[in-house]
Design a protein around this ligand. Structure first.
Ligand code: DMJ
Length: 627
């Protein structure tokens, strides 16, 4: 049979006119056979050619051959091609597996959780878009400033209170004018020797008193002085220094002071400076755990801890007192890094075992382990507890984690540290590896105000009990003043060796114009309106005037039990930031810096409450919404 007869599509001209229907049966059969053989060949090629088999097995199966080849690369051109294919296949397989895992996770979630996740993603995208929007000359996001309520007050109706309030303003004026006259631009004033004073806490940053006093000047309506201070900040406040600073002190006084000045006045310079300084502090968090160093060189970004701190540890009251300011820095800058850093501190703490529910003062930033088991609600521990409560209050009560941590910690403090003396005085002792030291610091006296501030939100009907406890602590701290010659409180007082609320060691008898006792009077007055708190505050004013006021300002004293004052020659910046501010508020009406709109940082700088969807989600950090 000629080949031509087998190939109808290459038929000879003689068959040109023949139609397919004219094939004979045998021809049709042969054609069918040829066609089937051709189709079989094509399929065979798909399934059996080497590359194709790899392609199919790579997509549909986990071929060990493919995995082996992926790990072992070769030099030949064909193998390079194979390697590329395998990389693609590996990626396809990985994506595929990831999608499966995600789908499985999603299926295991409750519908409300899925909804919340979608909502969070939406918020994140919309906030990112918002921040992509307009920026001002300082390259900061443009935000609409709205002054929170109660930034300034009004004169009290009661003539005696009005007069006392005016007296506090006069004291502020005297402290400020003296600083202006003798120490302008320095960190602090030496009121006896009438010159500037600089503590090494601030490195070579200058003007601590100016920044610390800004908000007090504003709320006392000393606007000319406020403007003068603003101008100094604009022209002279410089953070480009090659010096080591205390991260905690610089944060609470400078960052806190600048933030408050911004929220009270709306002046952009304060927002800009606060963010600039905040950014300079960020390298302090470069530790294996993210627990920041205590000390930082602002130029090199190199940090370290206090040489005296147990086993190279960071200090609870230092790394635990950044939260409020850093949340605001994220809000005002649009940079979530600040919030992320402080939320990470919580994560590290949450992972650790707490001895009897207590937080030791020392934590090693390299190992993430506690140092010595010393616990204190005074020095080295104090404001950590304060910031847990205030983080919750400042978040419009959405930061449930902060709330829980605070009330759990307070419960442990109550069980292990709060005691009553035989004379009936309630005090908060210190805890050293399970043993109590029956001593209370002046610093610890802030706890009366803190416990009163938290009482309202306390769990299980504890409100009344916590208010009583706060009142008892206020009474004890008042006693520590009343039992001295100068009617000013010692640095620490004891409840052992036959004494109660009295300092027995010479190095604990000094008073450095600290605010904590007056701070507690102010909170107690706001919550109870019991006149004794104003009376106690007024007793302190008289003692300050009599023993601390000198020609060139206000000075601390070396021994509150001495018959006459021996001045230490320092007017601390916190005297203007805190002591005088809390006194002024003690004699002001409650609508001046009302507590439902403002929280005070640990240096008494008021910060507005922020309405945010969740403080635990740095990605939700967006522009400030002031309440
Ligand atoms: C202030 O700087 C702050 O109140 C800080 O929390 C503790 N010490 C001083 C005032 O005593």
């Amino acid at each position: 049979m000629p080949v031509a007869t087998l190939l109808p599509f290459t038929a000879t001209p003689s068959r040109k006119s023949a139609s397919p229907t004219s094939f004979r049966l045998t021809e049709k059969f042969i054609l069918l056979l040829v066609f089937s053989a051709f189709i079989t060949l094509c399929f065979g090629a798909i399934f059996f050619l080497p590359d194709s088999s790899k392609l199919l097995s790579g997509v549909f199966f986990h071929s060990s051959a493919v995995e082996t080849n992926t790990r072992t690369g070769t030099d030949s051109v064909s193998n390079i091609a194979i390697g590329t294919d395998e990389k693609i296949l590996a990626k396809i397989r990985k994506d595929h597996e990831k999608a499966l895992v995600e789908a499985k996770d999603t299926l295991q979630k409750r519908p409300d959780e899925i909804k919340q996740e979608i909502q969070n993603d939406k918020e994140k995208v919309s906030q990112e878009n918002r921040w992509k929007g307009a920026r001002n000359d300082n390259n900061l996001p443009v935000i609409e400033y709205v002054r929170p309520p109660g930034a300034t007050g009004h004169e009290p109706a009661d003539p005696e209170t009005k007069e006392r309030r005016a007296k506090i303003k006069e004291m502020m004026k005297f402290a400020w004018d003296s600083y202006k006259r003798y120490a302008w631009g320095s960190n602090e004033l030496r009121p006896v020797s009438k010159q500037g004073h600089s503590s090494n806490l601030f490195g070579s940053i200058k003007g601590a008193t100016i920044v610390d006093a800004l908000d007090t000047l504003y709320i006392m309506e000393m606007y000319e002085d406020f403007d003068m201070a603003t101008e100094w900040v604009e022209k002279n406040l410089d953070f480009n220094v090659n010096a080591e600073v205390s991260v905690f002190e610089v944060n609470i006084r400078f960052v806190g002071g600048l933030l408050s000045a911004y929220y009270l006045s709306g002046k952009e310079v304060f927002r800009k400076k606060a963010i600039e300084l905040g950014e300079k502090l960020l390298p302090a968090f470069k530790t294996p755990t993210g627990i920041p160093w205590a000390l930082l060189n602002l130029k090199s970004g190199i940090g370290r801890n206090w040489p005296w701190a147990s086993g190279g540890s960071s200090i609870l009251a230092e790394y635990g007192t950044l939260h409020l300011e850093f949340m605001h820095l994220s809000k005002l800058s649009g940079n979530p890094a600040f919030a992320e850093k402080v939320m990470n501190i919580r994560k590290v703490l949450n992972r650790l075992d707490k001895p009897q529910g207590l937080y030791p003062n020392y934590l090693n930033p390299n190992s993430g382990q506690w140092g010595q088991h010393h616990v204190s609600v005074g020095g080295l521990g104090d404001s950590f507890y304060e910031y847990l409560l205030k983080a919750w209050l400042m978040s419009d009560k959405t930061d449930d984690e902060g709330k829980k941590l605070y009330y759990d910690a307070l419960k442990a403090i109550e069980t292990s540290l709060i005691r009553k003396s035989s004379g009936g005085l309630t005090y908060i002792a210190e805890w050293k590896g399970g043993l109590l030291e029956h001593k209370m610091g002046h610093l610890t006296c802030f706890a009366g105000g803190m416990i009163a501030l938290g009482a309202d939100g306390a769990p299980e009907d504890q409100t009344g009990h916590q208010m009583e406890q706060a009142a008892e602590i206020a009474r004890t701290c008042h006693e520590s003043y009343a039992r001295t010659t100068l009617k000013l409180g010692p640095e620490a007082f004891r409840f052992d060796g036959g004494v109660e609320a009295i300092a027995t060691r010479q190095n604990e008898k000094y008073f450095i114009l600290r605010p904590e006792v007056i701070e507690t009077y102010m909170y107690m007055w706001r919550f109870t309106h019991d006149p004794k708190y104003r009376d106690w505050g007024w007793e302190a004013v008289q003692a300050l005037e009599k023993y601390c006021r000198v020609d060139g300002g206000y000075s601390g004293v070396r021994d509150v039990y001495a018959s006459s004052p021996n001045h230490d020659d320092v007017q601390q910046s916190f005297y203007l930031a805190e002591t005088l501010k809390y006194l002024y508020l003690l004699f002001s009406d409650d609508d001046h810096l009302p507590f439902d709109h403002w929280v005070f940082n640990t240096e008494a700088h008021p910060l507005p409450c922020l309405v945010i969807s969740s403080t635990t989600l740095p990605s939700s950090v967006g522009p400030p919404v002031l309440q």
